[in-house]
Ligand binder design. Sequence first.
Ligand code: ATP
Ligand code: MG
Length: 387
Amino acid sequence: MQVVLHYAELGLKGKNRPYFEIRLSENVKRLLSPLGAVRLHRQPGRILVELPETVRWEDVRSRLSCACGLSYFARVHVLPADMDRLEALLAAELPALSFRSFACRCRRMNKEYPLTSEQMNRRLGAFVQQRFPGTTVDLDAPDLEIFVELVNKVFYAYFRKEPGPGGLPAGTAGRVVTLLSGGIDSPIAAWRMIRRGCRTSFVHFHSMPFTSQASLDKVRELAQKLEPWQGPARLHLVPFGPLQQEIVTGAPQEYRVILYRRFMTRIAEAVARREDAHALVTGDSLGQVASQTLTNLETVNSVATLPVLRPLIGMDKQEIIDAARRIGTFDTSALPHDDCCSFLMPRSPATASSPEKAAEAEKGLDVARLVKEALARATEERIGGGA
Ligand code: ATP
Ligand code: MG
C-alpha cells in the first residue's frame, strides 16, 4: 500500500525544512511500524510511504490522524507518468465510485512534462465523460475528485484526501512540562502544545493516601492517550499531602488554593529545569473556576520564571469538551477522581488576590525546603515506548 503525506506550514520553513521533514518522517515511522514494515521516501514537497499490502487502510488512517504536521494524506496509486496508463487506471477504478459530477485536479512538480496541468485536466475530463456517459465536470462541488500529482517521473493518483491534524511535527518546537490533573482541561492543553511541535513531560500532584489509587491510574491513562501524538513521555508523580498540611497550618485558609498552585508551579518549574524544558503548560481557562480569575493567575504566575503557557485561556468549557471528545481523552477525564485540591479545600477560596498578599500569606512557610522535600518524594514513570 502506498500513501502520500502532505504538510502545510512546515513546507515554509526554509532551510529548516529538512529537519522538519526528518522529524515528521520519524514520527510517522513510529506510528506505522506496529502495522508492518514501513518505508518512507522523501519527495519534493511530500513524503511517500510504502506499507505491506496486507495492512488495513482503516488502521493506517487512524494512526496517521495523530501525525502532527500533516495537512492531509491519501492512499495513492503510483504509476509511470504516462497518460494512457492513467486513463487505464481510471477505467478500472472509477466504476466502484458512484458519481455523477467530477473534477480533475492535476498538479505537476516536474515542469518538464510535455503537458501542463491544465492540459492534463482537460484530457482526463474528456476521457472520463466519454467513458462514463452522463457524467459532468463540476469544479466547485463535484461528487468525485480525481487527484493526480506528477512527482519526478511518476503519477500519484487518488480520489480522497484525509485531513491530517495540522500543526508541526512533535519534537520540532522543544520541550515543555505540563501540569496534568485528572480533569478535562490539562490533557487538552498538553495536546495543543504537542500539536505545535512540543514534546511534553507531565507532572501530577496527588494527596495519596487521602486521594485514591484510581485517581493516579486515571492520570496515567490520560498521559497514555497522548502518547500516539508525541511518543513516549515521562510522568512525575509528586506527593503533595505533606506540603498541603503545612500550608493548612501555616497560612490563612482563603489563600490555600492559591498557595497550592504557587507550590505546584515552583515544583513543576524545578522539574522543567532538570529536563531542559523551556515552559510550563496548564489547562487554565479564564474565569472557569475561582483559582482562574485574572488576579489569581497573576498571583500564581508571579512565582514562575519560565513562561507559563495556557493554551486554553480563551476557550469556553464546551469547546474544550468537544476537543477532548475528538482527541479521545474525554471518557477518561470524565471518570470520577479526587482532586488533591479538594482535599483540605477551604470553605471560601479567595477570588481576588495579589502577589504581595500571597507572599505575605506564605511568610510562615519555608518555601525552599518545602519545594526540595516535595521533589525528593516525587517518583518518575515512563509512559509508552513499550517500557
Ligand atoms: P483540569 O480539568 O485540567 O483539572 P480544572 O478546570 O479542574 O482543570 P483547576 O483544578 O483550577 O482547573 O486547575 C487548573 C490547572 O492547574 C489544571 O489545568 C492543571 O494544569 C493544573 N493542576 C491542577 N491540579 C493539578 C494537579 N493535581 N496536578 C497537576 N496539575 C494540576
Ligand atoms: Mg482540576
